[in-house]
Design a protein around this ligand. Structure first.
Ligand SMILES: [Zn+2]
Ligand SMILES: [Zn+2]
Ligand SMILES: [Zn+2]
Length: 306
């Protein structure tokens, strides 16, 4: 249950990042604009309000993507759909890199908050409510949306940004698997609270958001368990990653992209034992890099330098 590029249109490409918009944004846009049509004198302002939400979410997601790039991770697409934006970021498997990639999103809203509120308070004093009866409520709504996005995203409920920031901080102490186990367990408690809130306020919309969070919290928990198994597996001697110099784990940890069977690629020298597919590149689960099998060195066989 993640938005994909299917059903999405590509709006633009900026800094090498493709921005996709899911078709349901238009549907929700029509409902939203209909719903709030009495807030302004003309429909144009409702459209502008919805565009402002779009801009704020896009800036937030670009914050994630650019920060992820900065620490050497991969981020090349953002999909905006009504339950939130999703930046497809793959930061390097380090606590600090993960922390920065996640924190940069809400940081964009933190940076935007003071100028927006200052403009709003200036407008209040200058009597914009009377002189600009459409612009002033619009400005007020933009301030609320920005602050609301920030507050909601910072809830320490995995997979919200706050929950992922908590996970990154726990990573420094407990390692990547246990930090994710703890964060997702706390996440379940938080998501259940949000579901109760959705029922209490009888919001179908908020209910859908919480269902989305629940599914992704579950995915995080499954990922944590897989990481835990990985971290417990013994290491194979004789090979080290060409990038991080760490020895790979033993076990059926590599998945064949062709026949979807798991196998130990270092046992078979990058050959799938089921379908005989050969892999030109072998992924490292420590640093996330892909390198040709031949580059994974066998330390003992390196001839001594003279
Ligand atoms: Zn975010
Ligand atoms: Zn295979
Ligand atoms: Zn590595």
């Amino acid at each position: 249950m993640m938005p994909t590029r299917q059903g999405s249109i590509r709006l633009f490409r900026l800094f090498g990042i493709n921005l996709f918009l899911h078709w349901s944004w238009f549907l929700v846009g029509v409902i939203e604009i209909q719903d709030r049509r009495h807030a302004y004198g003309g429909l144009l302002w409702n459209v502008l309000e919805y565009l402002a939400l779009f801009v704020l979410v896009t800036l937030h997601e670009f914050g994630h993507a650019l920060a992820c790039r900065q620490v050497g991770g991969q981020a090349n697409q953002i999909v905006l759909w009504p339950l939130g934006g999703v930046a497809y970021v793959a930061p390097p498997q380090r606590a600090g890199a993960m922390l920065w990639s996640i924190a940069a999103g809400p940081l964009v809203n933190v940076v935007l908050a003071p100028p927006l509120w200052m403009l709003y308070f200036h407008g209040t004093a200058a009597g914009w409510a009377q002189s600009m009866p459409d612009f002033f409520p619009f400005l007020q709504t933009v301030c609320y949306i920005n602050t609301g996005l920030l507050a909601f995203n910072l809830l320490p409920v995995y997979p919200l940004d706050g929950g992922q920031i908590l996970r990154s901080l726990l990573w420094f102490v407990f390692g990547r698997a246990r930090s994710l186990l703890i964060a997702t367990c706390l996440g379940f408690v938080g998501v259940l609270g949000l579901i109760a809130l959705a029922i209490w306020i009888r919001s179908l919309w908020f209910g859908l958001v919480t269902a989305f969070l629940l599914v992704n919290c579950w995915r995080g928990w499954m990922q944590a368990r897989a990481l835990d198994r990985l971290d417990r597996a013994p290491r194979r001697e004789g090979y080290t990653c060409p990038v991080c110099q760490v020895a790979p784990r033993r076990g059926l940890l590599w998945l064949c992209g062709k026949c979807r069977q798991s196998f130990d690629t270092f046992e078979t020298h990058a050959l799938c034992p089921y379908c005989q597919a050969r892999f030109t590149e072998t992924p490292c689960f420590e640093c996330g890099n892909l390198r040709p099998f031949s580059e994974w060195s066998v330390p003992d066989s390196i001839p001594p330098r003279i």
